[in-house]
Design a protein around this ligand. Structure first.
Ligand code: ADP
Ligand code: MG
Length: 616
């Protein structure tokens, strides 16, 4: 038989290698930013278009490349950063594999412009799918600019695999955060589709964190410092009361390189033991400095996981350093876990001056009236300027508690046809025969036996379909708030809310201001109590951030799910008879009554036959 083994051509090998290094636009961002840092830049600009799918460009003022180096930089295993394997244990640069540019050039249109300080002219090179299209002399400032266009243009399968711009942009911003947090001594800027998203001047570490995550972050930070022979720790942890539902703001840097480590994360979590509400995660921004000889960065192509020689010692040191800081700054005693959120003033009205606003309250307004009526009463004020809010007040006087309220606001469309389960022999005999079991299940009889409904899941389904409908037909009713509600978020969180703004407005939210770090709300959906607004938005942000990468992302759907989750009556809530009946009726008026928005069963049936069998 003839020989069958062949060496792969370079461009194929590069494409395969690219699969490891470049998963998405954010991977390109990471590699280019790291190269700029390794080149000693003090100013780095990142420009992206369409979340990096169309363009990722990084411009630096670093040392640049000679014409020969510029050409060589796109070869595989071409690096200026190590020469022997021993150098791997003395790394002071981000890159060392010499693979990034070769990989990127294999799967995109790349344009490089570079010039060294001492040279009069620079070099420009264009490469498309590993083929050099042109190399010319140009006039260009000192430093390097690399544009990566049309990522995966020659691998449609990979291109189709990319997520929505919202998701990809989030990855790009994450990467930008990681790199810029590790280097406060370098100035960074990010431009997205022509507008500036971040501009981070050279600053100290605390200022860098604040510049990224917003002014409000400053008061939340507790410094951590520890200097031992094996390890130097510096940075900040977030005060426990500001712990978040998402794991978003958790950053470890080892020798200025962002890393992921579940083990070290656990060290921090255990330092916070007993200080956090369940389900929340502390923020941290910690730099660890260790001898490069004691770590191995080489175990992962994207270099986000590293191996430590002595992880146990690091764990112990980290834990005690964080514990010490929390103790020193007197964090523990001021905690009050039982605080009733309803007692917190949810809006900042100190700034609204001493004059008492003239408020016309429609005392006869009943939010629980039929939808059509409440619609007629609710003022549509989308186009009204924010200053006019005093005269426009209509809406709910907040009851302050959530009990029963959400549910009563569900309007029932009894004329809607009931779905199949009740069309046949299983007709509900009478809705009066409902019982609530353990404040969790609603039990009712049907012709064939009995029906057990999970109240939380059922209500989620009802709300989900309602929100979806409102968003689609854009007919939601707003209730105007007595005082505009001011909410503070990080810039990134604001970006997320902003992307969902249209959909939120279609559910009944009215935004009067959208700043970098705060937003102002003057109206909310009728079914949303004011005290829940910040919780809903926080949940929403968390859901967007934690969106399962494989699920198909639809902002509308996600928003509807998230709001339904936040607002649905909870397990443990007791329901009046009429509320139980409404829930049953409303559920079976849904399009898909048998599953919750997250695909879980909303009810089960138990037939008389099945019951009979149990009595044998
Ligand atoms: P690595 O960073 O692992 O060395 P890369 O493929 O990322 O591999 O880059 C190859 C080489 O190109 C680098 O070693 C460096 O010498 C050069 N290079 C890449 N980007 C820049 C830049 N922005 N400024 C100066 N030199 C660069
Ligand atoms: Mg590199």
């Amino acid at each position: 038989m003839a020989d069958i083994i062949q060496l792969l051509p370079d461009h194929v090998a590069n494409q395969i290698a690219a699969g490891e290094v470049v998963q998405r636009p954010a991977s390109v961002v990471k590699e280019l930013l790291e190269n700029a840092i390794d080149a000693g830049a003090s100013t780095i600009k990142l420009i992206v278009k369409d979340a990096g799918k169309t363009l990722v460009q990084v411009i630096d003022d670093g040392k640049g490349m000679s014409a020969t180096d510029a050409r060589l930089s796109f070869e595989r295993h071409a690096t200026s950063k190590i020469r022997t394997a021993d150098d791997l244990f003395q790394l002071h640069t981000k890159g060392f594999r010499g693979e990034a540019l070769a990989s990127i050039a294999a799967i995109a249109h790349v344009e490089l412009k570079t010039k060294q300080e001492q040279d009069d002219v620079g070099t420009t090179i264009e490469i498309e799918g590993s083929n050099i299209v042109s190399q010319e002399v140009i006039v260009t400032p000192k430093g390097t600019s690399i544009s990566v266009k049309n990522l995966f243009f020659n691998i449609p399968a990979r291109r189709n695999f990319l997520k929505s711009n919202t998701v990809e942009l989030r990855h790009v911003i994450d990467e930008f955060h990681r790199v810029s947090l590790a280097h406060p001594n370098i100035s960074f800027a990010l431009y997205n589709n022509g507008s500036e998203s971040f501009n981070l001047p050279i600053s100290n570490y605390r200022q860098r964190i604040v510049n990224i995550f917003g002014n409000k972050t400053n008061e939340k930070l507790v410094p951590v410092e520890e200097d031992t022979e094996v390890l130097k720790i510096s940075g900040f942890v977030g005060k426990p009361e500001f712990a978040k539902k998402t794991r978003g703001e958790q950053y470890f840097f080892v020798n200025n390189r962002f890393i992921k480590s579940a083990y070290l994360n656990h060290a921090i979590a255990s330092a916070f033991d007993g200080l956090l509400k369940s389900g929340t995660h502390p923020s941290y921004f910690l730099n660890l400095e260790v001898d490069p000889q004691t770590i191995d960065i080489n175990i992962h192509p994207t270099k986000t996981e590293i191996k430590f020689d002595d992880e146990h010692t690091l764990y112990a040191l980290l834990r005690s350093a964080v514990k010490h800081s929390l103790g020193q700054f007197n964090i523990a005693p001021v905690l009050d876990f039982e605080r009733d959120p309803n007692l917190d003033t949810p809006y900042d009205y100190k700034n609204s001056g001493a004059s008492v606003p003239k408020v016309e309250v429609d005392r006869s307004f009943n939010p629980f009236q039929e939808e059509s009526e409440s619609k007629a009463r609710a003022v549509s004020y989308k186009k009204e300027p924010a200053e006019n809010w005093e005269s426009l007040y209509v809406g709910l006087e907040s009851k302050g508690t959530k009990t029963h309220q959400d549910f009563s606001e569900v309007h029932f469309e009894s004329e809607e046809s009931a779905p199949s389960i009740f069309n046949d022999e299983k007709q509900i005999e009478s809705v009066n025969t409902t019982y609530q079991l353990h404040n969790k299940y609603i039990v009712s009889t049907i012709k064939s036996g009995m029906l057990v409904i999970d109240q939380h899941r059922a209500h989620q389904r009802i709300l989900y379909e309602e929100f979806l409908k409102n968003m689609t037909i854009k007919e939601a009713v707003s209730q105007q708030l007595l005082f505009p509600l001011q909410l503070h978020f990080s810039t990134q969180e604001i970006t997320i809310v902003n992307q969902l703004k249209d959909d939120l407005e279609n559910t009944g939210f009215v935004f009067s201001k959208f700043n970098d770090e705060s937003l102002e709300i003057t109206g909310v959906p009728v079914s949303v109590p004011e005290s829940e607004v910040s919780i809903i938005l926080e949940q929403l942000i968390s859901d967007v951030e934690n969106e399962v990468p494989d699920s198909h992302f639809s902002a509308t759907d996600l928003l509807a799910k998230s709001m339904a989750k936040s607002l649905a009556i909870k397990t443990g809530q007791s329901l009046q008879k009429d509320e139980q009946e409404h829930l049953v009726n409303k559920l079976f008026a849904c399009k898909e009554p048998n599953i919750s928005p997250t695909n879980r069963s909303t009810f089960i049936t138990l037939s008389v036959d099945e019951l009979d069998k149990k009595f044998i």
